[in-house]
Ligand binder design. Structure first.
Ligand code: UDP
Ligand code: MG
Length: 305
């Protein structure tokens, strides 16, 4: 179906939001005269999310759903939804309506004009605190540089042409990072600004730990630069060792102070060595997981036709 808009909605413990999201999004698309389907992906929720999806499907036959056998994470849920999408284009949005569905008709219109990826760009970051804003800003500044992609103000709220969806689905990596990969595939792009709405029910699933893990995994998905950092540190320490050696030979009348200094330097060198091993180990871990060839996710239930 060429004109059909598939809306992919990952949902983890969103029993309070699923039906509201379905009604709101469907209402807006119906009013705008856009043929649609909603594809909910229950990411291994422990609450009544799946039952809510079944109710939404009963109320509106344009609603379909898949359910993971356990929690696999939002990015994998997005890919599962995209693999089920049948539309000529597919939008991805959060279940908590923090991505305002009122923007969808505008995104769809841009797609009709020939843009192949329409990105929702955050105008502000809603209820997040100053510290969070700072961390997010630093994270995107770093990853934009490392991955050579413009990731600032970027979000998962996007509308993709069928071509872009198929290109994403053809990527072989098991650990997927939707935002980064959507930038990686290229295509004719347009942007739509939106204000992040407040979450009205349920709660954010992100802890500081999961955000940090997300940041590390997305940087390493796009860049081997952290490993080159190890080489740079190695060179710096070699230089320091030679310099202290020379200085000691020239000025070494009173070795006490120098010995302490040398000891500290050696210890610091060991610390850098261990950190370097950790970084390299992280990449080897990625290679190892990829080499296992395990599926990105496991689907246990589906509904809708
Ligand atoms: N989500 C998911 N799997 C997860 C965590 C989150 O599918 O493991 C979904 C969640 O249900 C929501 C979207 O991803 O639809 C964004 O999550 P959340 O609102 O917790 O993130 P925040 O808005 O705080 O960044
Ligand atoms: Mg949210």
């Amino acid at each position: 179906m060429d004109k059909l808009l598939s809306v992919v909605i990952p949902a983890f413990n969103e029993e309070a939001m699923v039906e509201k999201a379905a009604e709101t999004v469907a209402g807006i698309l119906r009013d705008a005269g856009i043929p649609y389907e909603l594809v909910f992906v229950d990411d291994g929720s422990r609450d009544g999310t799946w039952e809510a999806i079944l109710r939404a499907n009963k109320a509106d036959k344009n609603v379909r759903g898949v359910s993971f056998s356990r929690n696999f994470g939002k990015d994998r849920a997005i890919f599962a939804g995209l693999s089920r999408a049948r539309g000529g284009c597919a939008a991805v949005m959060d279940c908590d309506l923090q991505h305002p569905p009122a923007v969808l008709p505008q995104m769809y219109e841009l797609w009709r004009q020939g843009y192949e990826i329409v990105e929702g760009v955050k105008r502000d970051r809603g209820e997040e605190s100053g510290l969070h804003k700072l961390c997010a800003g630093a994270f995107y500044a770093v990853i934009s540089r490392l991955a050579r992609l413009d990731m600032k103000r970027s979000s998962d709220f996007k509308l993709l042409d069928r071509k872009a969806v198929d290109a994403l689905l053809a990527l072989p990596e098991e650990e997927v990072f939707f935002r980064g990969l959507a930038a990686f595939v290229g295509y004719r792009r347009a942007q739509v600004e939106f204000d992040v709405a407040e979450r009205t029910a349920g709660e954010s699933k992100w802890s500081f730990k999961s955000l940090a893990r997300y940041a590390v995994s997305s940087v390493t998905a796009f860049s081997a630069a952290p490993m080159q950092l190890v080489t740079v540190f190695g060179a710096l320490f070699a230089l320091a060792a030679v310099l202290t050696g020379v200085l000691y030979a020239v000025l070494g009348r009173d070795p006490g102070g120098w010995l302490v200094f040398l000891g500290c330097l050696a210890l610091l060198g060991v610390a850098v060595l261990l950190a370097g091993l950790g970084i390299v180990g992280y990449y080897i871990g990625r290679i190892y997981r990829q080499s296992l060839g395990r599926p990105r996710y496991i689907i246990s239930r589906e509904c809708g036709d």
